[in-house]
Write a protein that binds this ligand. Sequence first.
Ligand code: ATR
Length: 282
Amino acid sequence: MKITGKTSVYGIFGFPVKHSLSPLMQTAAFQHCGIDAVYVPFEVSPEALKDGIKGIKALNVKGINVTVPHKEKVCELVDYLSEDAEFLGATNTVKNENGVLTGYNTDAEGFLRSLLEEGTNVEGKKVVMFGAGGAARAVGYALLKGGAKVLHLINRNFQRAKEVGELLSKRGNVLVYPLKENTAESLVEDADIVVNTTSVGMKEGDPKLFDYSVIKGETVVVDIIYNPPLTPLLKAAKEKGCKVVNGLGMLVHQGAIAFEIWTGKKAPVDVMRKVLEEALYG
Ligand code: ATR
């Protein structure tokens, strides 16, 4: 890589940021497309966020991604928000156009693209989604935007489920439930698509979300976790003959959409996926 006076600067704001795979993925995309740009990690503390955002303008950084814990706060610090970022109250991508900053959220669209890529269209489908965190908001919004007939939202903390349900019901048909034995099982039995947005399944020894033996072979089962590539949920679903989708596609596509917003060029999705697979799974 040759860095010159003309090289554009992009990056990611996070705290911590060391774990982020975005520098690897975006750098590979820039290189592959012959774009003269670098993409670097910026460890920005919550106290420094406001100055950090001002710094984008001051230093003529062309664009950033935003990760935990800054996605919500950044919405207040940019000049404009896309429809998705405004609805979700979360920004994961900022574009700097001559000192004017626009915040975007590419998680929802990235999720939809990752399903479409696997041949799954959510239109008219009955969906059961687990979780009520930030990821659930983006994924639930995507499912409703994609035309899901009904979204059954299940969460351990029922209060959170109700809050997210209230937001998402502006976009479609949402029903909320606490995570209790039998409720989840009976909903899953009748679902076309089941999606996990909780962190359950990331670590060995995690509890099961529900009795996975009720999953039927015709159901599409999605987990936004990408490490491990097959969570116990996905493993059980695969054994039943289900189509299963993990979170790698969502990670790739949210990055690909950010790349397209910044550069106006089609993202090299396969190149981006390959570097992530190598980094994650060897
Ligand atoms: P993110 O921004 O990635 O969505 P988050 O906001 O911390 O992360 O949300 C984590 C989700 O995983 C929540 O839905 C959480 O449930 P609660 O709202 O009840 O805390 C869910 N979660 C984490 N550990 C869980 C467990 N052991 N059983 C069930 N749900 C769990």
